[in-house]
Design a protein around this ligand. Structure first.
Ligand SMILES: NC(=O)c1ccc[n+]([C@@H]2O[C@H](COP(=O)([O-])OP(=O)(O)OC[C@H]3O[C@@H](n4cnc5c(N)ncnc54)[C@H](OP(=O)(O)O)[C@@H]3O)[C@@H](O)[C@H]2O)c1
Length: 256
């Protein structure tokens, strides 16, 4: 029996962790796919391909050309387009697929959250009085803050925000998670932040700011995920190993 070819759609801590868990398996041939947006991406434990596929059609072509046996969509919970494309392309090519998606955070006692459905809604919800805002929504959507230029923003991203915001009071913080609670407490206090704007990404790597906001009684405007239909979902790397092994054993039974 040949090796099982797995395509992991990545760009997340979980994708890297799953790749690490599969990297040494001699029965697998794993490729991790990145969108190619980050100038200096984190090193990965398996071979990487980079850049868009060209929509669902392009991804379907890739699955056929590369004879991919199994797709794991381990992209970010807010990366909706690639996830929809993965579901469509896998369906078209009859390639088994599932998503590895960390559960969303839920508020706990002491949290002061306002839930909204987009970064633009979050910026509107900041209101008319000028505030000191930590904007942790990522580089791609930071420009929404230009609509409310009366606030002072601290914008954190892995790569520089290009072009910079047109809002007059903006400080840029460059950093790649995971972020430690102590550092987040220090950062929020140092800049006297009054509101945190965050995406409900889930996971541990970026939860520090949420916990820090709770401890400092700072309000969080939380951009919630859109409901997505599509692939079956597992929530942890450990849980992702089950369907992979199930796929391999059913293939062995069929003698493929
Ligand atoms: N959105 C976030 O908040 C966020 C946060 C952290 C990390 N990320 C990561 O950053 C990447 C881009 O996110 P996004 O929100 O821009 O995604 P998106 O809106 O769902 O995707 C836009 C396009 O980027 C390409 N693409 C996205 N992920 C890809 C991957 N893993 N491999 C190859 N092509 C990919 C696809 O291009 P084609 O149609 O040409 O194939 C897709 O149609 C994702 O890999 C995601 O996991 C996103």
């Amino acid at each position: 029996m040949g090796k099982v070819r797995i395509l992991i759609l990545g760009g997340t801590t979980e994708a890297r962790a799953l790749a690490a868990a599969l990297a040494r398996r001699v029965d697998l041939d794993v490729v991790l796919s990145l969108a190619g947006r980050t100038a200096d991406p984190a090193p990965q434990p398996v071979p990487v391909r980079s850049g868009g596929f060209g929509g669902a059609e392009g991804l379907a072509r890739y699955l056929r050309d590369e004879a991919v046996d199994l797709v794991v969509d381990a992209t970010h919970p807010f990366a909706a387009r690639i996830s929809a494309n993965a579901a469509r392309a896998a369906g078209e090519c009859d390639v088994p697929a599932f998503a590895l998606r960390r559960p969303a955070w839920a508020p706990v006692e002491g949290d002061d959250w306002l839930s909204v459905h987009s970064v633009s809604q979050a910026v509107t919800a900041l209101g008319n009085a000028p505030l000191r805002v930590f904007l942790a929504t990522g580089r791609q959507e930071a420009h929404q803050a230009n609509a409310a230029p009366h606030h002072h923003y601290w914008v954190r991203s892995v790569d520089p925000v290009e072009p910079p915001l047109t809002a007059p009071h903006v400080d840029y913080i460059h950093g790649r998670g995971p972020f430690r609670l102590e550092d987040e407490l220090d950062m929020l206090q140092r800049h006297a932040i009054q509101v945190v704007v965050a995406k409900n990404s889930g996971g541990d790597a970026t939860y520090g700011k949420i916990e820090a906001a709770r401890r400092l009684s700072i309000k969080v405007i939380m951009v919630e995920r859109a409901e997505t239909a599509g692939l079956p979902v597992v929530e942890t790397v450990e849980a992702a190993l089950g369907p992979i092994d199930h796929f391999i054993s059913s293939r062995m039974k069929r003698g493929v």
